[in-house]
Design a protein around this ligand. Structure first.
Ligand code: DGJ
Length: 733
């Protein structure tokens, strides 16, 4: 890791990661003060800047900002943070309107600063350095002298992680108001478009499916306008060299640490260059920046990998697991839990809950999670959100009593909340009908019978902090599931003036982050899991506050193979909640074996979500073994390196292996969806093992070389029937 500045040529050379697995990122201050982008890729030592940043004479349709210099047009010059209109006519990284209506901004280089470590982002989650020697940060200050706008471009490189983290601060040092119309977190210009565009798309119960397609001329983007990062698109894209595979070739990843409306885009221009940017979606957004005020963008985390998509994923996994997630549970094994949602839905009482917990204890489960329905008069989803007071009809002796009874069975107790919401049928709404997002004179559209509280308001945030904290203090609660079950409509806030209404959605996020910061800091021993109808807000920002997420409301083992595989493109296994549920499955009505359901769920934070009291004795024995097996393996599964072996998006079979960091142990899984008549003999070639070590595989005779397991592989047993799975437990000898 290093940041080198060559004063003679005004070149910044950032080096992230290590000598042999590192990245170089090079930029140059052009003689007129524009900040040019020269290189991002595999680490280099020398920089011949004139070979990297080449200017070419272009036609008159690309205008020149400097008289007499027809070589320079910002329309063709690769830039670090481009604006539209001052000769660059491509997609801008930001846009600002002045009081006179103009949107022309002309930022020029002013100064730079190199900081040891990584400063926090005001009000926003971000990756962090634990000590000053883990990271270095370059801050480049750009100024538009005419209006007194200062823009600070921040770049952090890490010693142990091959990433570059970027963010931008806008400071109004002028005397007039500025209106930010867009402020993306990063922009970068590639000198060609010979790439594929990869992103993760989906819907409720079908999150993060992988799509890879060639870049085409023009703009291609994914985005959210839903007020959440959403089930539909994840705030992540990657460009892959055409020949890049899972294990080889160059891949460039872009991940946004943000939970709200975002855009991620790649524009291929007339000269075949590609401009990539990611940040807050400018759609329906603006921000009034008064003199002396600062606007901070979210952080973009960029990963370059020369080891294919798998190399990129493992870099994100390591960074997000260790330097984004925080708190006691960051490095601690996650408990095996049972959640009562699919077991009882709203129909439970204390006796039923205790009965499930008692069986759970016999089976080896460590935590009971009481899901929706414990508060207000919530017997269905049509009321009571906002009234975080226990329902005495269901739990006559209160939460404390129930939690203690669960504790007595030997399990910890966890609780579900949906704190950002309000039901129209609630005491909270009756008292404060203005506390939800809404616009004047328009009806308030319901989704799942609920409205969204206006977290851009401080009083609403304070209410949530107090209401949730009071409950958490009232009983021995060890885990919280923080749910959020609708997207935003009629976005507006009663307290904001008309010219700030378009700030509402981002102010909501800032409010949410403040609430989460406060609550998670006040209850450091509680394990928090985020959820949004499953994976509707599975994003890096949420992981900063809550180190795991309920991956999907779809608990069907076959559907989960794709969802968990797609999620692993960016997110580590330790962040994915995965439960065994009943058959026929409640979402797709499919029947799969207990073994397959267990094997899929074991590749995540393991748990059960069914009525344990309904198990037969045989099933109980099987589940006991599953849980014991998971406990034996979870240090590998939750903290090891994941290698994807076969993709469910490319065929009938899926496989992955998770290898402990010291390469002495591994857990591998193989899934076959449909039975193939008279099919071929299949071999699985493992990855990530030590070629020089010898290993045993549980249930198989003999000793296997790591080289043998990786280069020759082992045959997959012949499987009979649909939805089959095999797991291998591998240990070095
Ligand atoms: C949606 C979640 O994803 C489910 O797991 C469950 O908690 C329900 N909400 C409860 O309403």
């Amino acid at each position: 890791m290093n940041i080198i500045y060559d004063d003679s040529k005004r070149v910044f050379h950032l080096q992230s990661g290590t000598e042999d697995n590192g990245t170089s990122y090079v930029m140059q201050v052009h003689k007129n003060g524009y900040l040019g982008h020269a290189y991002w890729g595999r680490r280099i030592n020398n920089v011949n800047i004139d070979e990297l940043l080449v200017l070419a004479q272009r036609v008159s349709f690309s205008a020149n900002p400097e008289e007499g210099n027809s070589l320079l047009s910002l329309d063709t010059f690769p830039q670090e943070y481009p604006a539209y209109g001052k000769t660059d006519l491509r997609v801008p990284a930001y846009s600002i309107q002045l009081e006179n209506g103009s949107t022309i901004i002309d930022l020029r280089y002013d100064s730079y600063k190199i900081i040891n470590g990584k400063p926090a982002l005001s009000g926003l989650p971000a990756v962090y350095a634990e000590s000053a020697d883990e990271a270095k940060t370059l801050e480049v200050t750009m100024i538009d002298k005419l209006i007194g706008l200062k823009v600070i471009l921040s770049y952090t490189v890490f010693k142990d992680y091959n990433v570059i983290a970027r963010n931008v601060r806008f400071i109004n040092e002028g005397t007039t108001d500025l209106k930010i119309l867009s402020a993306l977190s990063m922009s970068i210009d590639f000198d060609n478009y010979n790439y594929d565009f990869l992103h993760l798309h989906g819907s409720w119960a079908r999150e993060r499916h992988i799509e890879r397609r060639p870049l085409i001329k023009g703009n291609q983007s994914i985005m959210s306008r839903r007020g959440a990062s959403s089930h539909v698109h994840n705030p992540f894209i990657a460009l892959l060299n055409k020949d890049a595979t899972e294990d080889n070739g160059e891949v460039y990843g872009f991940s946004l640490v943000y939970s709200g409306n975002f855009i991620a885009q790649a524009e291929v221009d007339q000269y075949d260059t590609t401009r990539v940017s990611i940040g807050i979606n400018p759609f329906d957004f603006s921000w009034l920046l008064k003199p002396k005020e600062t606007f901070q963008t979210p952080e973009a985390v960029m990963v370059y990998s020369s080891d294919g998509l798998g190399g990129m994923s493992r870099t994100y996994h390591d960074l997000y697991r260790s330097r984004l997630c925080r708190g006691e549970y960051r490095d601690k094994s996650r408990p095996v839990l049972v959640n009562n949602w699919e077991a009882t839905y709203f129909n439970f009482n204390a006796e039923k809950i205790e009965a499930i917990a008692k069986v759970g204890k016999q089976l080896g489960i460590e935590l009971f999670v009481l899901d929706d329905g414990w508060f207000g008069k919530r017997d269905s989803d049509n009321c009571s959100l906002g009234d975080w007071v226990v329902d005495k009809k269901k739990l006559p002796d209160g939460l404390k009593d129930l939690a203690e009874r669960i504790n007595k069975t030997g399990l910890k107790f966890g609780l579900w909340f949906e704190p950002e919401m309000v039901s129209p049928d609630s005491d909270l709404y009756r008292a404060h009908p203005d506390w939800c997002l809404h616009v004047p004179d328009r009806s308030r559209s319901l989704a799942r019978n609920q409205l969204i509280l206006d977290l851009s308001r401080e009083d609403v945030c304070e209410y949530i902090i107090k209401a949730v904290s009071d409950v958490l203090r009232s009983a021995p609660i060890s885990y919280v599931k923080w749910d959020m079950n609708r997207n935003m409509t009629e976005i507006g806030s009663e307290l904001l003036p008309p010219d700030r209404q378009r700030e509402t959605a981002h102010r909501y996020m800032l409010g949410l982050y403040r609430v989460l910061d406060k609550i998670t800091a006040n209850f450091p021993n509680i394990l928090f899991e985020s959820c949004s109808g499953g994976g509707g807000r599975f994003d890096p920002a949420m992981l900063y506050y809550m180190p795991q997420t309920w991956t999907s409301d779809d608990t069907d083992a076959v559907e989960r193979i794709k969802i968990q595989y797609g999620t692993s493109i960016v997110y580590p296994v330790s962040t994915m909640g995965a439960h065994v549920s009943a058959v026929p499955n409640h979402q797709v009505h499919r029947n799969t074996s207990l073994k397959t359901r267990g094997d899929v769920a074991m590749s995540g934070n393991f748990g059960y979500e069914l009525d344990l009291t309904k198990f037969t004795e045989d099933e109980k024995e099987h589940v006991k073994e599953q849980i014991a097996e998971y406990k034996e393996l979870r240090h590998i599964i939750q903290f090891g390196d994941m290698y994807r072996l076969l993709s469910p998006f490319e065929g009938n079979d899926t496989s992955w292996i998770i290898v402990s960091k010291d390469k002495t142990e591994a857990f591998a899984a193989y899934f076959s969806v449909l039975a193939v008549p008279n099919g071929p003999i299949k071999r699985i070639k493992f990855k990530g093992l030590d070629a020089k070590k010898n290993y045993t595989i549980e249930g198989k005779e003999g000793i296997y070389g790591g080289d043998e397991l990786m280069y020759a592989g082992i045959p997959v047993p012949v499987l009979e029937g649909d939805y089959q799975s095999v797991v291998w437990k591998i240990k070095s000898v």
